[in-house]
Design a protein around this ligand. Sequence first.
Ligand code: PLP
Length: 428
Amino acid sequence: MSGFSPAFGTVGTPTYEERCGEQNWLERVFAMNLSSTMSKIQESSTLKFAGRAKEMQAKGIDVIALSAGELDCASPVAAKKAGNAAIDSDFTRYTINCGLMELRQLIAQKLKEENNLDYAPDQILVSHGAKQSMFNVLYSLCSPGDEVIIFSPYWTTYPQQVKMCGASPVIVPTYPDNDYQIDESALRSCMTSRTRVMIVNSPNNPTGAVYSAESLATIAKLAIEYDCWMLSDEIYEKIVFNPTTHLSPLNIEPRLKERAVVVNGFSKSYAMTGWRIGYSAGPKAVIEAAGVVQGHTTSNACSISQKAAIACLKDDRDFARGVMPHLESNRDIAMEILGSIDGLSCSAPRGAFYVFPWIEKFVGRKFGSTVLKSAEEIVYYLLNEKHVAVVPGEGFGVEGAFRVSFAGSESELREGCMRIKKGLEGLG
Ligand code: PLP
């Protein structure tokens, strides 16, 4: 960058690159004198490593990216046709902020028929992806000083959004030895009179865990006892492996209805990550407030994408069923190759499309004369030396693990897992 933006300083001061050099994110925030909120927020490690893999690929390096959480198949034909038709008929203006009535009606119908949850269209807000849905709701509910319960390993965005809203994340660890289920005493010990929201994510990114009815009942019981809100992120609800089934916490405890918001979307179940359609469903007052937040940030979700989402719900609601055999086979391939690495432990995911191997035994081992001191350093080594991109556990709130996405092609998954195997087994 040669010219210097006035927003960043005065003419004559060092350029952005000169100031930032190879600094990490926090150093960059301080160097550029950004807001105090930014100093508390970390960049998305999933996007960071996926971005690095793309940069290396653009330079012609044969990098296999097992970092991104997205299916590599085409979006449903119905969505593509409806999207094209929307463009051709100039359906390209603002829509009503909360989303087209037809779409909200179809979402309400889906929630009733598939999830046994009753919501009216005015209790539903359509947003630019589930990520925005989460933010709108958190921003509507949280005040400075509030605490938000997040179970770790967690989706990297939750604590960052909580901090953006001025609240504090409170992390409750879950462990692979009991399938990442919820331990009542661990949860209870983290709840206080300041607990405002509990974020629940089942099926879980990054572990692939699916909460049992018992875990959900525990979470529901404490939410009611402590009079807090629940945000149930069910974006992977359709990606569950036999014989596991998805349950919403609201199916277990109907009294949650007045204190819970369900978040879902089209990214994962319809291979539509780029279309950006998510939604939230909950008590009318909260959904209205979330709509006000959206009204002042982005306004309505993309008009074309809303038409595509309508077509999915009308004509291809079961799209995800068609991709499950591929995902099931990919899961088995990942488990087989990674499971054959001595010193690595990994539980089989019950849902979503990630495996989350623990690699503590490799931390402290050497590449040449360099000691790899953390899972993150091992991930950098795998990327730079073995040309395979995964995401370190640090981004998901834990040390000593990394996330491998198996949502892509079988051949890339096989090759990527073999590179991980060679990379880990090659450490001194
Ligand atoms: N929730 C979880 C657990 C996710 O993993 C993701 C995306 O990776 C999202 C929400 C956001 O999805 P969207 O693409 O709809 O914003």
